[in-house]
Structure formats: structure tokens, C-alpha cells
Design a protein around this ligand. Structure first.
Ligand code: FMN
Length: 187
């Protein structure tokens, strides 16, 4: 069984990105699972808090990442870049520095996103690249998924209603899971 952990970078109840992640759980290829994790409860990064110990919410998310075969980041876009709450989570997960390699080094990660605008998070997905490089992950770049004009793609209840988007998501997940099956985690 191939185990993927999905993390949405939005706290909003009606989040398109969380809706996209939920839709993905039902479109995984056979023999693969997608577990949904949340950034809720992750405090604002503060070196003084870190000096007292890594918060439990951060440690739990770290262990969920370590025990998964791959991590799917579902990113919103704010001001053409990464939303602060999502970056804050990844920053916490990279602490302490001595543990960053265990959590992220060689980790097989994929990024998708949704926005109501016409470009579907293309800028925020690009903004993640230097972060991924710094953390030393293996980013899967064999597919791209930018869900644009999200208000037409999801219904009021957050269900993915657009068939073309569902198909694109399914294909993305199939490609990513094939990558996970054929590419060993980097040492
Ligand atoms: C501070 C802020 C900046 C935003 N900037 C962008 C942007 O640059 N590009 C974009 O496509 N959408 C932008 N948006 C709109 C978000 O894509 C939209 O709020 C989206 O619903 C957020 O993702 P979510 O639905 O998962 O919460 C911005 C929203 C906020 C709150």
C-alpha cells in the first residue's frame, strides 16, 4: 500500500484547497491511500517557544510526514506567493534544524492548488520551489495541477463538480503515485 499524507494550506472552513484535498482522497489509484492532515493548531513560529520544546502539534505532523511514502501539499495563493500560515507550518516542521533532514531530506513531495482566479496558484506553486530546494526534498514535477476559477469547479458544499478538473486531479495522482512506487526515497 502506498501511503500519501495530504496537507491543505488553508484554515478557512469553505477552503477550495481543503476541498481539492478531500476530492483527491476519493480519486487515488488502487493500492494507494491519502490521509488528510491539518495545519490547525500549529502556533506562530517563535524561537522562544522552540527553546522550550517543539509543540506537540508540530511533532505529530512531523511523525505523520515521516511515516508516509509521500506528501501532497495543497497550496492557496496569497499576493502571488505562499500563504503565511502554510509557510509558518513548514518552517516549524523544519525545526530543530538537526531534525530537518529526517523530516524533509529526500522526501517525495508533490504540490497542487486551487484559486478563484484565472491562474490557479501558478505563482504560489512556483514560490514553493526555493523552499523545497532548501529542504532537500524530491519534488515530483512530472505533472502540474492548477485549479483555476475554483468557484465554478466546486459546489456550495465543497464537492468537486467539474468533470475535467476531477479527471486532471485523478491523472495527477496516478502519475505521482507511480513516481512514489518507482523512485526510492533519497538517502
Ligand atoms: C491576502 C490574500 C491575498 C490573495 N492573493 C491572491 C493571489 O495573489 N492570487 C490568487 O489567485 N488569489 C489570491 N487570493 C484569493 C485566494 O485565492 C482565495 O481567497 C482562495 O479562496 C484561498 O484559498 P482557500 O479557498 O483554500 O482558502 C488572495 C486572498 C487573500 C486573503
Amino acid at each position: 500500500m502506498t501511503k500519501v499524507l495530504g496537507i491543505s494550506g488553508s484554515l478557512r472552513r469553505g477552503s477550495y484547497n481543503s476541498a481539492l484535498l478531500r476530492a483527491a482522497t476519493g480519486l487515488m489509484p488502487e493500492g494507494a491511500t491519502l490521509e488528510v492532515a491539518s495545519i490547525r493548531g500549529i502556533p506562530l513560529y517563535d524561537g522562544d517557544i522552540e527553546a522550550q520544546g517543539i509543540p506537540a502539534s508540530v511533532s505529530q505532523l512531523k511523525e505523520a510526514i515521516v511515516s508516509a511514502d509521500g506528501v501532497l501539499l495543497v497550496t492557496p495563493e496569497y499576493n502571488n506567493s505562499i500563504p503565511g500560515v502554510f509557510k509558518n507550518t513548514i518552517d516549524w516542521l523544519s525545526r530543530p534544524n538537526t531534525d530537518a533532514r529526517r523530516v524533509f531530506g529526500g522526501r517525495r513531495i508533490a504540490i497542487i492548488g486551487a484559486s478563484p482566479g484565472p491562474f490557479g496558484t501558478i505563482m504560489s506553486q512556483s514560490a514553493w520551489l526555493p523552499v523545497m530546494r532548501t529542504l532537500g526534498v524530491q519534488l515530483w514535477t512530472g505533472g502540474r495541477l492548477m485549479v483555476a476559477r475554483a468557484s465554478n469547479v466546486f459546489d456550495e458544499g465543497g464537492t468537486l463538480k467539474d468533470a475535467a478538473s476531477a479527471d486532471a486531479l485523478k491523472q495527477f495522482l496516478a502519475g505521482y503515485v507511480a513516481f512514489l512506487r518507482h523512485t526510492p526515497p533519497a538517502a
